[in-house]
Design a protein around this ligand. Structure first.
Ligand code: STX
Length: 316
């Protein structure tokens, strides 16, 4: 089983001003003349973590991580202004041009897979390969599964905690009900809602309970950006057309791609990876037999590190 590469520090950090009011945090690790790879984090709104640097061989890759608008070390924190999918795609291009990179590998899990697929479809000539985990097609049905009915049946106890802050007469649309609290003026209600929202996701994200994941996502700074930004995107169906990703697969059919998905993913059920694979037979799909949604369960780490290694060899 392959493990994460050793912890490492960035050799440079950037502050990149994009559309007002946003300033993005960008960092580079590994080999400055290696194969460029951009890491797309989840949520949207979860931000990067130092452990995300460790999926890539630092001798082979020039590893670029950034915090999407409104989260992590990007500013202003938890801002929904000018925060939408097209803007994030434009930011990726902005970063690529700023770093004078011609083509790069795109690595993303969960919402990072959504964004990676959309970025590649918009700019296929800029993508040398894709490594995608926990496929999230972000259709209405995929959002409904996690925030209305589906995962609720697998984790009824955690679900109860998720719906507790919402009065019964508002529970027919939980994303809407949460938005009123997450976007409202009452600071205490906002934080309580943010914690309940993020905790639900963290608790469902691994096959075996992970206290570490729950505590890191319940941390107020992360909980607030993730809950507000996710809710904002999901109220707007992620600013996508119905079935947008699957309808545009012809644009990226030729790009080398590896998909990794945990069999017991309850945040983004594996059917989404199968729907993607059906539309993209050339992509390699690796099903991890004993994993959920998180990137950090042992089998998923093994598959992801194997994928970045194999892609690195094929691109050298
Ligand atoms: N959110 C999907 C997503 O991107 C609905 C995501 N889900 N869990 C995560 O990200 C963590 C990895 C942050 C737990």
């Amino acid at each position: 089983m392959k493990k994460l590469y050793p912890a490492l520090k960035p050799y440079v950090k950037h502050s990149l001003a994009v559309d007002k009011p946003h300033v993005l945090y960008v960092e580079e690790c590994g080999n400055p003349s290696g194969i460029p790879v951009v890491f797309l984090h989840g949520g949207p709104g979860a931000g990067c973590d130092p452990s995300h640097r460790r999926f890539f061989d630092p001798d082979i890759y020039r590893i670029i991580l950034f915090d999407q608008r409104g989260c992590g070390q990007s500013r202003p924190h938890a801002s929904l202004e000018a925060n939408n999918t097209a803007a994030l795609i434009a930011d990726i291009e902005h970063i690529r041009e700023h770093l004078t990179i011609d083509r790069w590998v795109v690595f993303g899990g969960s919402w990072g897979s959504t964004l990676g697929l959309l970025y590649a479809q918009a700019h296929p000539e800029r993508v040398s390969g894709l490594v995608l985990r926990g496929i999230f097609l972000c259709r209405q049905q995929d959002i409904h599964w996690f925030y209305q009915h589906g995962a609720s049946q697998v984790f009824p106890d955690y679900w109860q905690d998720f719906i507790d802050p919402i009065p019964e007469n508002e529970r027919d649309n939980l994303v809407q009900a949460y938005s009123r609290r997450l976007f409202g003026d009452d600071e205490l209600a906002r934080m309580a809602a943010a914690k309940a929202w993020s905790k639900w996701e963290a608790r469902c994200a691994s096959l075996r309970p992970s206290a570490e994941l729950v505590s890191s996502l319940s941390e107020p700074h992360t909980a607030l950006s993730m809950a507000r930004i996710e809710c904002h995107y999901f109220i707007h169906d992620a600013f996508l057309q119905p079935n947008e990703i699957l309808d545009n697969m012809d644009r990226i059919q030729h790009i080398p791609a590896m998909i990794v998905h945990g069999r017991y993913d309850m945040v983004c059920p594996i059917q989404q990876a199968f729907d993607l694979k059906k539309a993209w037979p050339e992509a390699a799909l690796s099903v991890v037999a004993d994993a959920g949604h998180s990137a950090f369960e042992a089998g998923t780490v093994d598959a992801l590190v194997s994928a970045t290694h194999a892609l690195g060899v094929s691109l050298t």
